[in-house]
Design a protein around this ligand. Structure first.
Ligand SMILES: NC(=O)C1=CN([C@@H]2O[C@H](COP(=O)(O)OP(=O)(O)OC[C@H]3O[C@@H](n4cnc5c(N)ncnc54)[C@H](OP(=O)(O)O)[C@@H]3O)[C@@H](O)[C@H]2O)[C@@H](O)CC1
Ligand SMILES: [K+]
Length: 215
């Protein structure tokens, strides 16, 4: 069963209004994504993990993953592609402020892409269902960096630059080894398995009644 991006936003909002807050959806999304990622590595402790996060909730999911992966002993670096003041949502800001209290996670922001380590894993939390139009900086340079780096690549919800509704790609887009989308598969994502890599849809606890009248 695949749904449209518009249905996803409606379901998310209905679940939120029922009291299952977007903050809880984000937590479950990040946790489910980490669980899938861990199936590919018998030990992520001391792995260098670089997490690119955008200013929206796709980035928010990446922030949740950072906190969980630090708990497994990974060397986690978060690269926020913008100014922390410009983080768009309360739930994403909430996770950023927790990470600011965690010296176990290396927080970076702005648009410099020179890192003093070679990543073993890159997590693409740049763009998800909120993508629109050609990819603007600094997201574009981050996508190019991901594609030019030889390591394991994991996409949060959808490879950035792939439109999860239509399956069309923007001018640039990431090519990943695994993609975990949330709640239900969106119609456009399975069209580009060459970009998603292993593809999974993970439930994130949204009340099933939140779909009534929508799906
Ligand atoms: N649905 C659910 O149940 C759940 C959804 N969840 C997660 O939320 C994600 C959707 O979050 P979202 O709506 O905040 O949009 P998102 O993809 O982060 O992008 C928005 C940001 O990107 C920017 N931007 C856009 N286009 C751009 C471009 N071409 N080039 C450059 N920048 C561009 C845009 O900037 P703006 O256009 O506002 O200036 C804005 O800053 C979804 O994918 C999933 O991961 C989970 O938390 C679990 C529950
Ligand atoms: K993404």
């Amino acid at each position: 069963m695949e749904i449209t991006v518009d249905q996803m936003y409606q379901i998310e909002n209905k679940g939120h209004d029922m009291g299952f807050l977007k903050k809880f959806m984000m937590e479950n999304a990040g946790a489910a994504a980490v669980r899938r990622l861990l199936t590919k590595f018998d030990d992520v402790a001391s792995k260098n993990i670089l997490i690119f996060v955008g200013l929206g909730n796709n980035g928010g999911d990446g922030l949740v993953m950072a906190r969980h992966l630090a708990g497994y002993g990974s060397n986690v670096t978060v690269m926020l592609l913008g100014d922390p003041e410009k983080i768009k949502t309360e739930e994403s800001n909430w996770n950023w402020s927790i990470l600011k209290k965690m010296p176990s996670v290396n927080l970076m922001s702005g648009n410099s892409l020179d890192f003093d380590f070679k990543p073993d894993i890159i997590i693409d939390g740049i763009l998800g269902t909120g993508i629109s139009g050609e990819i603007r900086e600094p997201y574009a340079s981050a996508i190019n960096y991901i594609n030019n780096t030889d390591c394991y690549k994991f996409a949060v919800d959808v490879p950035s630059g792939l439109d999860p509704q239509t399956g069309n790609t923007a001018n640039i887009f990431t090519k990943c080894d695994m993609t975990v989308t949330f709640h239900k598969m969106k119609e456009g994502i399975p069209k580009r398995k060459d970009l998603t890599g292993e593809l999974y849809a993970e439930k994130i606890g949204i009340p099933v009644e939140a779909e009534e009248g929508i799906v």
